[in-house]
Design a binder for this molecule. Structure first.
Ligand SMILES: Nc1ncnc2c1ncn2[C@@H]1O[C@H](COP(=O)(O)OP(=O)(O)OP(=O)(O)O)[C@@H](O)[C@H]1O
Ligand SMILES: [Mg+2]
Length: 368
């Protein structure tokens, strides 16, 4: 192919682009077989393909978390064989065939909410980021969403532009003061359809105070009960521990999502987490299910990331979501901006990934 026409530089750039857009490369051949344009979707100017969203992908293409990275030729060369296989076999980043997750239709009525606990006792794995962005993506699809900040650090509240220190009433009050209506604590977020039960450092006292309560493990479940009818999804952002607050979240939940950072120690401690989930299932909440393991901060440029993801799939098989969240600086930026990536950088690959996760979560719920 290269011998037929383009200059060596052009050949180099073709190599870069093919992993994103091999199919349209052929479509962009001129009559005599020369390359006219090697970019996807017929965009001119030799720019690499940047798809606005998963839905915008031309037929025959699929979500490619690598599309966001500046594709330097050396990197692209290492990726190309794998990406070509992925395209041919429609294999997703987890190495399994990538199913199609349909765009959910509108709802005619709302409730009763499915409660999801975003849980991993390991710190910094993407719990809060996933809570905000899964919530915002579900809300974009017309689902009514309540996010519960269940970490005394208040990172979820901060991530939605709320200053936790200025709050008079938080989820702590809802837990500890019988008779307090949830409406008094609820905050609207800038995202339509999405509300927040905020928290701040006060919540750390609850861990101690709850110990002497009757049915201490189901305090959050009781507090959320009146809200179930108003929402389709309630997502609880847990703190990085398996203490009483997390057990409360698991007792209140129907499903657990476990974000796992794609790094060497990712699987460490997961056995303890699954044991805790099983104990809560047995003793407190027989409805509880592990919905899925979410691989986060995946960087397909590193063999390490790919190996860790392969091991996670080996260990958890179908429990691992097909959707994988790539590592990008866009996520820390959104925390500073105090909004989800779906509004902060609506066309980014990160936003597309969380929209796909929302569709995958919805598809799993509907499959039941
Ligand atoms: N996909 C990603 N790519 C790059 N950075 C990310 C990604 N997801 C999250 N981050 C960043 O990593 C840091 C930790 O993420 P996050 O706060 O969501 O984790 P967490 O599990 O909630 O942490 P904690 O256990 O402390 O509550 C944050 O600075 C966040 O912006
Ligand atoms: Mg957090």
């Amino acid at each position: 192919m290269a011998a037929q026409g383009p200059s060596p530089e052009a050949v180099g750039s073709v190599a870069v682009h093919t992993f994103a857009a091999q199919k349209s490369t052929t479509a962009n051949m001129s009559m005599d077989g020369h390359h006219v344009n090697a970019t996807a979707g017929g965009q001119g100017g030799g720019e690499p393909a940047r798809f606005a969203d998963y839905e915008d992908l031309p037929e025959g293409h699929f979500y490619d978390p690598d599309a966001e990275y500046e594709p330097d030729p050396e990197y692209a060369a290492t990726l190309a064989p794998d990406a070509a296989r992925q395209r041919r076999e429609r294999v997703g980043p987890t190495g399994r065939p990538l199913p199609y997750f349909p765009i959910p239709g509108p709802l005619t009525e709302h409730g009763s909410a499915k409660v999801i606990a975003m849980c991993n006792q390991k710190g910094g794995v993407g719990k809060t980021t996933s809570t905000i962005n899964l919530g915002a993506a579900l809300a974009e699809y017309g689902r009514r969403v309540l996010l519960v900040d269940f970490d005394p650090q208040g990172a979820l509240s901060v991530g939605l532009g709320v200053n936790p220190m200025e709050l008079d009433l938080t989820v702590y009050n809802l837990l500890m003061e019988r008779g307090l209506a949830a409406d008094e604590v609820l905050l609207k977020t800038a995202v339509p359809n999405m509300d927040l039960l905020p928290s701040n450092i006060d919540l750390s006292a609850a861990e101690v105070q709850l110990v002497s309560e009757v049915a201490r493990e189901s305090t959050l479940q009781r507090a959320l009960k009146p809200l179930l009818a108003d929402y389709d999804y309630i997502v609880i952002d847990c703190q990085p521990s398996l203490g009483l607050l997390t057990v409360n979240a698991l007792t209140a939940a129907h499903k657990v999502i476990v974000p796992l950072e794609c790094e060497f120690f990712a699987l460490r401690g997961v056995a303890l987490l699954t044991e805790t989930i099983e104990k809560v299932q047995e003793r407190l909440n027989p409805e509880l299910e592990l919905d899925g393991i979410l691989a986060t901060m995946y960087d397909s440029r590193t063999v390490h990331s790919r190996e860790v993801l392969a091991r996670v799939v080996e260990a958890f098989d179908d429990h691992v979501y097909h959707t994988v969240i790539g590592r990008t600086v866009r996520f820390p930026e959104t925390t500073v901006a105090g909004e989800p990536i779906t509004t902060y950088a609506s066309n980014s690959v990160g936003a597309a990934a969380y929209r796909q996760l929302a569709r995958e979560v919805l598809a799993r719920c509907h499959a039941e």
